[in-house]
Design a protein around this ligand. Structure first.
Ligand code: ADP
Length: 417
């Protein structure tokens, strides 16, 4: 292939050489093929006049334009003009440039106006790249016709466009290989992390069950109860981890089912807190709930799942202090806050913790977790048209904010208390 750095065609004029050289640089430098194509045509136009240009791709059954531009006089006539499809096809069939002039008959000529009275087409076949046949068509209105040296010059532009497309194909290939590699790494990480996380509750369950079953020891009823409680709790942990994994994969597949209805948030939160307070918590649970009988349009089970996750995190990452759940009503949003008195989350990590599998480095080895919980929370909240974010609570702990639109709830006026 002839390149802009090699001696090309002795018949080229210096400005044509210059344009080709600059086009070559564009191909090397630009990453976006469409933008590069546009730039190439912009650089070519001062030395090679055309009004329209189209790049066709042959799918085997039909020609599809993958790039088209009206630059000169064609701009105001886009809808009416012939975009040179037959010339593109001929060039592909013959495997060489095709030049065609069409002069409108007297009647057509007045209908189209003077500019379209004459149309010149130049179709250039591009090299077949990986089975894709393409053709580049230049169109001129009102003459002059394409001369043989211009056809040669356009052929060089077509070669450069081929290079651009070839480069684009390579870039896409590398990107898809990189994506595959990244996916493989992610899968490896996922399997390693999940097996680690599932093993630890399983280890407890197996250990305590085996201990209880030992024939050579008699356990008093208190110890038996203590061991069975551990087995029970660890089985719950295992079940919730598996639920999280299932939710996460359903979310990835866009198949997380939601059961939307009127949800009276104050009541839901109060019930939730009453239930939680009855349990043995590693923190003091406080509530500050504005009791207005307003509803949001949501799935009560999923909203509770979000709260459970936030309280579960507070018990893991901020044990010892108090956790406050509050509810206020803003213009368009119900605003739930869950704030703790733990170490908080550094500002630079506050978006990361909502990403799938992300965990703060200081927790990775120290505290069990999968990094899925907050990701699932964010998806659930967004499916409600809301948002979740974290900032710093007054005492420096983490404050998670959940905003749920309450305006969107149909028939919210007729609600119950
Ligand atoms: P998991 O708890 O399973 O790791 P999450 O997605 O629920 O996953 O949380 C992601 C990470 O955010 C946690 O691993 C932890 O590092 C951090 N995090 C979550 N909640 C808190 C909190 N209340 N205080 C401090 N760090 C937290």
């Amino acid at each position: 292939m002839t390149g802009p750095t090699q001696p090309m065609d002795a018949s080229l004029r210096p400005e044509e050489y210059k344009a080709l050289y600059e086009i070559g640089r564009v191909i090397i430098q630009m990453e976006d093929a469409q933008a590069a194509l546009q730039e190439i045509l912009r650089l070519a136009r001062p030395v090679f006049i055309f009004d329209n240009v189209v790049l066709y791709e042959d799918s085997g059954e039909m020609l599809t334009p993958t790039y088209a531009r009206s630059i000169g006089r064609g701009r105001s006539l886009e809808a009416e003009v012939d975009w040179g499809e037959t010339v593109a096809l001929q060039a592909l069939q013959r495997g060489e440039p095709v030049v065609e002039s069409r002069v409108a008959s007297g009647e057509e000529s007045t209908e189209w106006g003077e500019r379209l009275g004459r149309q010149d087409f130049l179709g250039l076949p591009l090299k077949n790249l990986e089975g894709v046949r393409r053709s580049l068509v230049f169109i001129r209105f009102g003459g002059p016709p394409f001369l043989s040296e211009q056809v040669r010059f356009a052929g060089l532009i077509a070669e450069l466009v081929e290079r651009l497309l070839e480069r684009q194909r390579l870039v896409e290939r590398v990107a898809s290989l990189e994506a595959e590699r990244q996916l493989a790494r992610l899968q490896e990480h996922f399997v390693a992390m999940i097996s680690h996380e599932l093993r630890s509750p399983l280890g407890f369950i197996k250990g305590y069950a085996t201990t209880l079953l030992r024939q050579d020891t008699e356990w008093d009823s208190n110890t038996r109860r203590e061991f069975l409680t551990i087995i029970d709790e660890e089985a719950d942990r295992l079940a919730s981890m598996i639920d999280n994994l299932l939710d996460s994969s359903r979310l990835q597949a866009g198949a997380l089912a939601m059961d939307f209805q009127q949800v009276y948030l104050a009541r839901l939160l109060q019930d939730f807190i009453d239930r939680y307070q009855a349990e043995d918590l590693p923190f003091e649970l406080r509530a500050d709930i504005s009791p207005e009988p307003r509803a949001v349009w949501g799935d009560p089970r999923r909203i509770s799942q979000v709260l459970e996750n936030l309280l579960g995190n507070a018990s893991k990452y901020a044990p010892g202090g108090a956790v406050t759940v509050s509810l206020t009503w803003e213009d368009a949003f119900a605003h739930i806050t869950v704030s703790d008195e733990g170490p908080g989350i550094p500002p630079e990590q506050r978006t990361n913790i909502f990403k799938r599998f992300y965990r703060l480095p200081r927790h990775e080895e120290a505290i069990p977790g999968t990094g899925l919980g907050l990701h699932i929370c964010r998806q659930i909240v967004r499916m409600h048209g809301g948002e979740i974010y974290v900032d710093s609570a007054a005492g420096g702990g983490a404050a998670f904010h959940v905003l749920l639109p309450w305006d969107a709830a149909p028939d919210r006026e007729g609600g119950e208390a």
